[in-house]
Design a protein around this ligand. Structure first.
Ligand code: AMP
Ligand code: MG
Length: 413
């Protein structure tokens, strides 16, 4: 059997993403519940933030011309706590004012209370000269009316929720959550909880992929249906896939995508649609499958993706390929993850013909340490590490070299 040619990630990813047409369904959710969701419309401000010029200090609103020299004495004629508004301020007058309260007409500066001394008969002495505009937050300095403050396709984070609320939006329109059916394959797999560690039969291993894949999907805004282990009969597999396709946007499996492997997934998907097995020039994570399971009644199809079974391969392939895919389904415009130039504090003397994703950890000196065992089955590497080095094919690394670092904190967010 001839080995299929390796396909580069840079070639495969755009081909894959070309299939990820954004889902049509939109939802209106409370701004409170929109964290992590993807905005389905541009957000335009219907007002200025702040709405009026206001004080950024507790103190006195004054006319700067009255306080050109230190020592001016002014009559305190009004009091403006936040939430109220004042009246015209005349020459020789000051208004007691508090942080956030609107500047009264006629005033053009604020003196902080630390620079004032109370005098008899409702008077105040300003101990310093006051420049015009001092301690005033200008209307619209945060947001101007009519400005587009958030754009369609943005993944919302807490800061965006606050900004939307600041312009009066109690609800936001977001993309529907992709519905993902998750299957595992492999007769050796046992669910934690079903068999105690000391009772594990020879050859059995716990299903770990299911746990991180489900968590990663949920973090990316997906609604996950965990369908457990694929039944080990052809007809049952076909029935399970056909049924899952009806109610999901993506069927994701792990395991059983190696070349020539005897398993039910490949023929089952092919009988319901199409399946392409790719050999990607990446390490860990060479085998990967993409296909479609047709929904006959609707005349469309559910996406199918098959990840390798080795836990670190599954983990990394998910981040490289499934992550941008499910984000694109939600209409996210920027799915690329940042690579930061960082210094390697390790040697990697053996170049590989595949592009490698080496598990590393930042050290106190700002450099990167390498996990000693880079095997694709060693999940400890992903726990110990706080990211990966994206190392080009054919590249060795020497201590002191600049490498491209991807942080798990960002990649898993
Ligand atoms: P496969 O891709 O099915 O050939 O599996 C490759 C390796 O990954 C084998 O050692 C499997 O036992 C292991 N593996 C497959 N699926 C899982 C899983 N869900 N959890 C943990 N290990 C797995
Ligand atoms: Mg297997």
């Amino acid at each position: 059997m001839t080995r299929p040619a390796l396909r580069s990630l840079d070639e495969a990813l755009p081909q894959l993403l070309a299939q990820a047409k954004p889902l049509h369904t939109k939802q209106t959710v409370s701004t409170f519940d929109a964290d992590g969701r993807v905005l389905a419309h541009d957000v335009t401000a219907a007002l200025q933030v702040p709405p009026q010029d206001n004080s950024s200090m507790d103190g006195y609103a004054v006319r700067a011309a009255d306080c050109a020299q230190a020592g001016a004495v002014l009559r305190v004629t009004q009091r403006i706590p936040a939430g109220t508004h004042g009246t015209q301020l005349h020459a020789g007058e000051a208004a007691r004012i508090f942080t956030g309260a609107p500047i009264p007409p006629g005033a053009d500066a604020v003196v902080m209370q630390e620079d004032c001394e109370a005098r008899e008969g409702e008077q105040v002495q300003v101990t310093k000269a006051v420049p015009a505009g001092q301690w005033i937050r200008r209307s619209g300095e945060d947001v101007t009316r009519g400005a587009t403050v958030l754009t369609q396709g943005t993944r919302l984070t807490p800061a965006e929720l606050g900004l939307a609320a600041s312009i009066g939006l109690a609800q936001l329109q977001v993309s529907a959550r992709p519905r993902v059916a998750l299957f595992s394959t492999g007769d050796e797999l046992v669910m934690p909880g079903d068999v105690a560690p000391e009772a594990m039969p020879a050859g059995a291993i716990y299903n770990s992929n299911r746990f991180f894949l489900r968590a990663m999907l949920q973090r990316l805004g997906c609604e996950v249906t965990d369908l457990g282990i694929v039944p080990d009969k052809r007809d049952a597999t076909i029935a399970a896939l056909r049924d899952a396709a009806l109610h999901h946007d993506l069927i994701l499996t792990s395991g059983g995508v190696s070349v020539g492997e005897e398993d039910h997934i490949k023929p089952a998907v092919e009988s319901l649609g199409e399946l392409n097995l790719w050999q990607l020039a990446i390490k860990p994570g060479k085998p990967f499958a993409y296909g479609k399971v047709n929904r006959e009644a609707e005349g469309d199809a559910c996406h199918f993706m098959g990840l390798p079974g080795n836990p670190v391969s599954s983990f990394v392939t998910f981040l490289l390929l499934v992550r941008p895919f499910v984000l694109a389904l939600q209409g996210v415009t920027k799915t690329e993850i940042a690579r930061t130039d960082t210094t390697a504090h390790f040697d990697w003397p053996r170049a590989d013909k595949r592009r490698e994703f080496l598990r590393v950890k930042r050290n106190a000196q700002g450099g990167l340490d390498l996990f000693p065992n880079q095997s694709s089955g060693v999940l400890t590497s992903a726990v110990w590490g706080d990211g990966v080095v994206d190392n080009p094919a054919g590249q060795t690394i020497s201590k002191g070299d600049t490498v491209r670092f991807i942080s798990f904190a960002e990649w898993l967010a």
